[in-house]
Design a binder for this molecule. Structure first.
Ligand code: HEC
Ligand code: HEC
Length: 208
């Protein structure tokens, strides 16, 4: 009997012992040792880390966070650091982390939209697009000021420039292919390296 129920009892014990508060998972890691603490790279409060190019997580929509973790785990968004971590998180840990991070505020950004004047190339792309190549202005989906909208369109404002550029390059090279309608794939493949750098710097600099 013991042998037969052993695995089930073990499972219950594992859950009971490791049911941790989301803040603990964030700052100390999950039940599986491979789910290392998020704070090491994403900052004590989820504010991100500019020097390392680690994105801000605080204030991102919960569904967006859940989707990205699933995409890292499946490899649809290939990344050597996040893939093992996302694969090692338990479902309840993901739900708790996503809810905790989404409840934090995203910094206010000036709502610069299509009507604003444009001068340099990054700003032009962000606010006007390049319709001769079928590239819509970024603010059409990412909202004025790049502050994001709903669960599907993440904020860009204030994210490290290095991080934003890495994402556009990943779509260009096909290592990030997690966008259901390939909106970003098309955009990534259509931009030059100089444009990627310019538009990334533009959004990184949008903060109050
Ligand atoms: C060793 C450093 C490191 C640790 C620890 C880490 N991350 Fe990350 N995380 C990254 C990097 C690097 C990226 C950007 C990956 C890319 O370029 O696609 C990232 C990206 C993300 C993203 C995508 C954000 C976006 O805007 O699309 C989410 C969500 C995320 N991490 C959640 C977590 C969670 C939750 C934890 C803790 C369980 C964690 N990370 C721990 C390095 C780390
Ligand atoms: C037609 C809508 C649309 C337009 C226009 C658009 N995006 Fe996106 N973008 C998306 C969607 C949807 C995602 C999230 C994809 C996913 O689920 O991972 C995204 C994600 C991103 C990300 C990743 C953010 C993160 O936190 O990982 C970057 C960077 C980005 N877009 C930059 C741009 C730039 C720069 C432009 C303008 C040149 C632009 N986008 C225009 C729809 C759009």
């Amino acid at each position: 009997m013991i042998l037969r129920y052993g695995p089930i009892v073990g499972l219950f014990l594992a859950c009971a012992v490791h049911a941790q508060a989301p803040a603990d998972v964030y700052s100390r890691g999950g039940a599986d040792p491979a789910a290392v603490a998020c704070a090491t790279c994403h900052g004590a409060q989820g504010e991100g880390m500019e020097a390392g190019g680690f994105p801000r997580l605080a204030g991102l929509p919960a569904d967006y966070i859940r989707k990205q973790l699933a995409d890292f785990a499946s490899g649809a968004r290939a990344n050597p650091l996040m893939q093992p971590i996302a694969s090692a998180l338990m479902r309840e840990e993901i739900d708790a982390l996503a809810a905790m991070l989404a409840a934090k505020a995203y910094p206010e950004v000036p709502p610069v939209g299509k009507a604003a004047e444009v001068q340099e190339p990054g700003e032009t792309l962000a606010l006007r697009g390049a319709w001769d190549r079928n590239i819509p202005e970024c603010v059409a989906c990412h909202a004025p000021g790049g502050r994001g909208v709903g669960n599907a369109f993440p904020p860009l404002a204030g994210q490290p420039a290095q991080y934003l550029a890495a994402q556009l390059t990943a779509w260009q090279q096909g290592t990030r292919k997690n966008d259901p309608n390939d909106l970003m794939g098309h955009i990534g493949r259509s931009l030059t390296a100089d444009e990627i750098e310019a538009v990334s710097k533009y959004f990184a600099g949008l903060k109050k």
